[in-house]
Write a protein that binds this ligand. Structure first.
Ligand code: SF4
Ligand code: SF4
Length: 207
């Protein structure tokens, strides 16, 4: 099997602090509204009065941190009309800005919302795995920033051997769309992709 780099995310450890999102934003000097890594709170339920108390009714919430998953079947690259999006030998899916014509097809095709359009430059941008840091033997910025050590990056076969094969929980899509290079340790309340009873509850902040 060809080399494939990818992320591990421990949803059972993530506390939703968004330090990873901010570290990515800082590393890549991203404008307002552009986030290569995003952290979503997914939950549901209600509190109901019971005498003088309020009691939980199916209340749950957990956080999911997601960037580009450098998918093994990248739908972004499949729809790109110029070949600007392509998979490198190490599995990273990268954008060649010189070839990008700003049509935004990849943005529509990616089920993870990973491609982020740079209005000022008129080209698509996204997570490149911090390829400059990788070349120096370092981790992507998000990985080292996480105070809970909820993120790892490396050879996906090694990450799977270490952490298992779960690669989809709500609110992420089912993995059979693009086969993400992603391993997840689910939160105890995690819902199966496509069968979730919750919703993303911080979309306004996300915007
Ligand atoms: S997460 Fe989206 S942008 Fe990244 S490789 Fe997969 S399909 Fe492409
Ligand atoms: S920095 Fe770590 S704990 Fe905080 S949101 Fe990101 S993954 Fe979760």
């Amino acid at each position: 099997m060809a080399k494939q780099l990818g992320f591990y995310f421990d949803a059972s450890a993530c506390m939703g602090c968004k330090t990873c999102q901010v570290a990515c934003k800082d590393k890549n000097d991203l404008p307002v509204g552009v986030n290569f890594r995003r952290v979503w709170q997914y939950g549901n339920g209600s509190w109901v009065p019971s005498g003088k108390l309020w009691t939980p009714n199916n209340v749950f919430v957990y956080s999911v941190s997601v960037a580009c998953n450098h998918c093994e079947k990248p739908s972004c690259a499949e729809v790109c009309p110029t070949g600007a999006l392509a998979k490198r030998a190490d599995g990273l899916v990268l954008v060649n800005a010189d070839q990008c014509v700003g049509c935004r097809y990849c943005e529509w095709a990616c089920p993870y919302g990973a491609p982020q359009f740079n209005e000022a430059k008129g080209v698509m941008t996204k997570c490149n795995g911090c390829e400059d840091l990788l070349a120096q033997g370092q981790n992507p910025a998000c990985v080292d920033a996480c105070p809970m050590r909820a993120l790892e990056f490396g050879d996906i076969a090694e990450l799977r051997a270490k952490h298992g094969n779960v690669n989809a929980i709500e609110p992420l899509p089912v993995a059979t769309l693009t086969f993400p290079a992603l391993v997840i340790k689910p939160h105890r309340h995690a819902q199966a992709s496509g069968k979730g009873m919750g919703r993303i509850i911080d979309l306004v902040e996300e915007a």
